[in-house]
Design a protein around this ligand. Structure first.
Ligand code: NAP
Length: 250
């Protein structure tokens, strides 16, 4: 792989933080992007104390100007980004009859518009280098989930975006793949437990009951899968969606 620079969005915590640490351990310089630059400090210091290189950047992935400035900064300070992990995400769960336009638009903007804007800004560098890796975070909710009309639509949309990116960019050495996690223990699933009024322990226990490997997923389970897709040796794997959910059923 050429000297590689990776961007991970939503990397202040959870799956994004684990992915940033993993890609740094794999030898990439990593741009840690999240809404607030200061919130990226823990991820950056974990990477640096393990001997890696990282840069914190505050940007809202749904804003085209902020996305362009972030990518320009990565290119100027770390080098051309050749790996992009579109991980930033939010939940605005509600049953359809209670879902507001704002709940719908916020989720579409962060997940779908964000992944589109980031991919569009970064592809130029990948095409020039004739090498690139794009990994999008979908979800098992893409197959439908009660209370998540907005989120499941966005996560299904990301699978379509992934396949189209793989078709358009394949001849430039760029692969695009998606990971659809099942239940992963992060602040996002903690917030869901809180919203439905149960403790995280109870919520987690109920989820684990239907997971064949009989445990909750951890952010590192997803980071490992990202690492596989990003590996130079994975150049013939493109346009795929892998469900990382501890079993075949989701
Ligand atoms: P998380 O702990 O909530 O972290 C998401 C991060 O994204 C937060 O740091 C958040 O920043 C950031 N973010 C939100 N909006 C942003 C924006 N507009 N621009 C830049 N950054 C933004 O979530 P997670 O559980 O690690 O999930 C990561 C990804 O995996 C998401 O796409 C999620 O949908 C997907 N996923 C998660 C699970 C799961 O079980 N956890 C399952 C399937 C899929 P703030 O803290 O400032 O809001």
């Amino acid at each position: 792989m050429p000297d590689s620079v990776a961007i991970v969005t939503g990397a202040a915590r959870g799956i994004g933080a684990a992915t940033a640490r993993r890609l740094a351990a794999d030898g990439h310089a990593v741009a840690v992007i999240d809404l607030d630059e200061k919130s990226c400090a823990d991820t950056v210091s974990a990477i640096e104390s393990a001997g890696g290189k990282a840069l914190a950047i505050g940007a809202d992935v749904s804003d085209p100007d902020q996305v362009q400035s972030a990518v320009d900064r990565v290119s100027a300070e770390l080098g051309a980004p050749l790996v992009l992990v579109n991980n930033a995400g939010v939940l605005r769960d509600n049953m359809l009859f209670k879902m507001s336009e704002d709940d719908w638009d916020t989720v579409m903007n962060v997940h779908l518009r964000g992944a589109f804007l980031m991919s569009r800004a970064v592809q130029k560098h990948m095409v020039e280098a004739k090498f690139g890796r794009i990994v999008n975070l979908s979800s098992t909710s893409a197959l439908g989930n009660r209370g998540q009309a907005n989120y499941s639509t966005a996560k299904a949309g990301l699978q379509g975006l992934t396949k189209t990116l793989s078709i358009e960019l394949g001849k430039y050495g760029v692969t695009a793949n998606a990971i659809a996690p099942g239940f992963i223990a992060t602040d996002m699933t903690k917030a869901t437990a809180e919203r439905v009024g149960v403790s995280f322990e109870e919520f987690s226990k109920a989820a684990v009951g239907s997971i064949p490997v009989a445990r909750a997923g951890e952010p590192d389970d997803i980071a490992n899968t990202v690492s596989f897709f990003v590996d130079e040796r994975s150049s013939f794997v493109s346009g795929q969606v892998i469900y990382v959910a501890g079993g075949p059923k989701v």
